[in-house]
Write a protein that binds this ligand. Sequence first.
Ligand code: PHE
Length: 350
Amino acid sequence: LRDTLLAAISAATAPDALDAVRVEALGKQGRITGLLKTLGGMTPDERQVQGPAIHALREAVTTAIAARKAALDAAVLNARLAAETLDMTLPVDLPATGTVHPVSQVMDELAEIFADLGFAVATGPEIETDWHNFSALNIPETHPARAMHDTFYLAGMPADGDERTVKRVLRTHTSPVQIRTMMDQPPPIRIIAPGRTYRSDSDATHTPMFHQVEGLVIDKGITLGHLKWTLETFLKAFFEREDIVLRLRPSYFPFTEPSAEIDVGYTLVKGKRVIGGSGDDENGGWLEVLGSGMVHPKVIAACGLDPAEWQGFAFGCGIDRLAMLKYGMDDLRAFFDGDIRWLKHYGFAS
Ligand code: PHE
């Protein structure tokens, strides 16, 4: 019996086969259990001989089963380890994560550059009153400049009431933040105001929603020289080049006097316009990047300040256009399509 059982134990190649042998030998109806039961019917002399023998048999079988079980468990574990190898050298498949949009990135860069020049960031509402967007900026109701702005007017506003609160528009530029800042805080003022602006216009270089950054300085003894130096310093830092050349072109805005459009020189490199160098050079040209001027005395007065005491300059600039120039993008509409392939192409998504 001992040999039969030990052979069965070593022949068991799976845990349940081994368990069947265990039941057969040591279970309630098992063969060794049966032998143990015969001890009671033996004479003391027989028991003296058979007892230790049967117990030794049980001991041997129990030990053999435990040993075989340990071996089988180890084999199962080894098989799993072999099957489930983990290659630690494989690249990790990271989940897709969001990145900063080029427009947000440029806004952050602007805030950083101007912070170094002592400018704070100011904000204003995108739903603006007609008064802040136009009238306070010296653009009265009948002014032809209004027609140039392709304004979105908001419906459902009462026809009468205070002009300053009643008629509402989606702001057509960030210039109303000039008004809000001058009315909110005493000079000296140095702010930029980046944000969304709206005009009813759409083609490769115009979207109904776009972004501008406004700049405003109000202090004593401010001149056009301060304006030029500030913009030159800003554009050098933004385009990361020292060879930035500016051209101030006389222009007209109702809220600045005198007014100047700022052109920046570019150089053609393999057919692409790269900011830098004089636009008058052989391979060069000029790109209009900013509107600017000395804040009109009427605007300063509309905000409750004395224009004889306070002067300043202001400028406004399209953020999306700045991003296009810096990163070499050519269709403004793609900025707002949310196409991950476009973002990846320009290195703004991974
Ligand atoms: N608000 C003007 C525009 O949208 C730009 C500008 C701002 C011009 C400030 C002069 C001063 O075109």
